[in-house]
Design a protein around this ligand. Structure first.
Ligand code: NAG
Ligand code: NAG
Ligand code: NAG
Ligand code: NAG
Length: 327
């Protein structure tokens, strides 16, 4: 009895839920059209009274009226980017969606309107760092657009490069309006880790926030030793060269005097030569009267009463400690 009542209630509520009884399907909710990197995607939530077997059909408008989007799909989003009538990067679009169940359809629900170049969210650029002495080079790659490319849509796109010493993000410095995709950060301390983050600005949003363009991931790299400025090397080279030239010139000009000094022509007195030949090791003369070394004899007498005869010191110690056991 109670089982049939609950079965009846279940059937009734299911029928009410799908609104098949009334013949009117409730429409999808929260319909929104979004764009990321120049795609065009319509999203929605199920009707307030969801039922099983619901299908959705979407359309999107351009100047010429509505184009067919996704038909009879069961998912809650439709990618409108690459359908038969492809979208334009400067187009304005509105989407709409309705629910279908069997032969019945709900009313259409319209989305917000989007101007692709103004409203698309520009994805994060890809940043790589290369350390070179006390400088760091940042190499930036633009996000890939689904239609067209960043530089084609925004001729005046620039990078805002923010960098800081690792752990001191509050004391960041930034370079804005950078157009090249390779930038050398040069006013850095040696042997220090720096972190870099890049965000893209466009003419549509000169001061972007993350809903316009996503900042890149933070990447960090360390500088190494301070590189010598090129002029320092030049000066050092010049000084070394000048000194070498001076030495050569002096050597040439005073050639005679120098050779005279190194190889004197004046002969030693004859008797001095004879003496040297007669006493080849005359240098030992200086050592011929060594100073008298004074020393006192020291005698070391071992204490024979403790050391057992023939035993080294260590062994003797061991035998001493074991003495109580043996006696
Ligand atoms: C509406 O949809 C957006 C994106 O699809 C979502 O972020 C938001 O939470 C939804 N709002 C409600 C009230 O469900
Ligand atoms: C979509 O579903 C409806 C109803 O089930 C059907 O009449 C229609 O032919 C389907 N359209 C396509 C393109 O499958
Ligand atoms: C840079 O520093 C300021 C405060 O000085 C802070 O508000 C801002 O968020 C910092 N920027 C980054 C990218 O960390
Ligand atoms: C660049 O980024 C810095 C730090 O986040 C910010 O203070 C500055 O306003 C930005 N400049 C532009 C032109 O967006």
């Amino acid at each position: 009895m109670s089982a049939s009542i609950s079965a009846f209630i279940l059937t009734f509520s299911t029928l009410c839920g799908s609104r098949v009884v009334s013949g009117v399907l409730s429409p999808p909710t929260n319909v929104s059209l979004t764009s990321y990197n120049m795609n065009l995607v319509l999203r929605w939530d199920p009707p307030d009274q969801p039922a099983s077997g619901l299908l959705y059909t979407t359309e999107y408008s351009s100047i010429l009226g509505y184009n067919v989007g996704c038909v009879n799909i069961s998912t809650l989003e439709c990618d409108l980017t690459n359908l038969k009538d492809s979208i334009s990067e400067y187009g304005k679009y509105t989407g709409r969606v309705r629910v279908q169940l069997g032969t019945e359809s709900s009313a259409w629900v319209e989305s917000n309107q989007i101007a692709l170049d103004r409203d698309t969210v520009i994805g994060a650029p890809d940043v790589s760092l290369f350390s070179n002495g006390a400088t760091i080079e940042a190499s930036i790659k633009d996000p890939v657009f689904r239609i067209s490319s960043l530089r084609d849509v925004y001729n005046l796109a620039t990078y805002n490069i923010t960098y800081w010493k690792d752990g001191q993000k509050k004391k960041n410095r930034s370079i804005s309006n950078v157009q090249q995709n390779r930038v050398v950060l040069s006013d850095l301390d040696p042997w220090t880790t720096y972190c870099v983050q890049v965000q893209i600005s466009t003419e549509k949003h000169p001061n972007p926030n993350p809903t316009h363009s996503v900042p890149s991931a933070v990447v960090c790299e360390s500088t190494t030793i301070e590189e010598e400025a090129p002029w320092v090397a030049a000066v050092v080279t010049f000084v070394v060269m000048a000194m070498a030239v001076a030495v050569v010139v002096v050597a040439v000009v005073y050639r005679k005097r120098i050779s005279h000094f190194l190889c004197p022509k004046d002969a030693l007195p004859e008797h001095f030569k004879e003496y040297l030949l007669a006493h080849p090791n005359y240098l030992d003369m200086r050592n011929s009267h060594p100073p008298k070394e004074i020393f006192d004899p020291v005698s070391i007498i071992a204490d024979g009463s403790i050391l057992e005869e023939g035993l080294p010191l260590e062994a003797a110690g061991t035998s001493c400690s074991q003495q109580p056991d043996t006696t």
